[in-house]
Design a protein around this ligand. Sequence first.
Ligand code: AMP
Ligand code: MG
Length: 398
Amino acid sequence: MTKSLMPVDQAIEIILAKVKSVTDIQSVSLLNALGRVLAEDQVSTIDVPPLDNSAMDGYALRFDDIAEQRLTVSQRIAAGEVAQPLVAGTAARIFTGASIPVGADTVVMQENVAVHDDGIEILHSVKRGQNIRPRGQDIRRASCVLSRGEQLRPQEIGLLASIGVEQVNVFRRLKVAVMSTGDELVEPGLPLTEGQIYNSNRYTLSALLMALGCEVIDGGIVKDDFSSTCDQLKTLASSADVIISSGGVSVGEEDHVKAAVESMGDLSLWKLAIKPGKPLAFGDVAGTPFFGLPGNPSSVFVTFCLCARPYLRAMQGVENFEPIFTRATAAFDWLRAGSRQEYLRAQVVDGKVTLFNNQSSGVLASASWANALVVVPIGGTVTAGDDVGVVMMSELGC
Ligand code: AMP
Ligand code: MG
């Protein structure tokens, strides 16, 4: 039975083949551009820095003027001031970020200089050209600083500011609906009665989506019945770019998501050889892409990160949308070979991996504790000292 489950890699391939990237472009101010995806290459119109400038507080001089006798100080140049050409045989008092005067080629840091009434004395040996940040060292005029398809992190925001960009063309945000199924669910903030649990999946998924830069549409809690499920899916399909549900996608009598989707659209896949998260569905509802994630909180986390996230990133127009997997050394044994590819919640510290002590799909604390997922392939086992495949949470945006 489990032999027929689709391998994860194949499922991701099928999912990614369905991506239709957004093409609508908006101009946003740089301060509102965090997490947005560039719609065009960013080419610098200037050199950064625009002029040679000092990397130190100290004295600018001509290297060949350094001799036995002291150099008098002929000008003082602070950052932002315009430097005069350097008088031959003299030094200029200079501060970090100030322009190097024409004629100077070297800066001596002030700690290496003794100041006397008749000039400065250089106390240490000096290298020609030292402590000068040359024009264009950071960015050259006409060079491409960032490419279309890059998602802007804080460092990219700063980089764009450094070339004077204030408005930037980005792809529009994706609107993603999050719908939670389950008669047992209650929203946080309300009291729990017997048999109920808090709806954590809505919050995990909304936060994952916000971290991706998506707009989240609240699809609410949907009762475990066929027609409520159909009604809500239909409503969401008309406003969202993508619908993500949790729960109700397994084979129990109270699971209606699969049948509801099939009645209004199509399922491209259902049930993967993945643990946690076997009952994952992907398809469309009246043409709107749909992910039916399992109900268990850790399964939601893993299947979103592995299967839905690359799809959404590709749809956002991100160029490098797949997470990078690395390797680390197991400091644990995992001796039960499984029939599904497992994603174990783990911590990687100094290249060594340890596991959370409870890998149950219902235990969300495992995902909170972890800074990585260990990948154990179908049929694989691990003994301490083995090299194992790992994906860091940072690669998954969390
Ligand atoms: P299901 O796939 O609907 O049978 O759900 C599997 C398990 O996940 C059950 O124990 C549910 O109570 C739990 N579950 C489903 N949805 C949520 C949710 N939104 N938040 C927390 N737990 C959930
Ligand atoms: Mg349920």
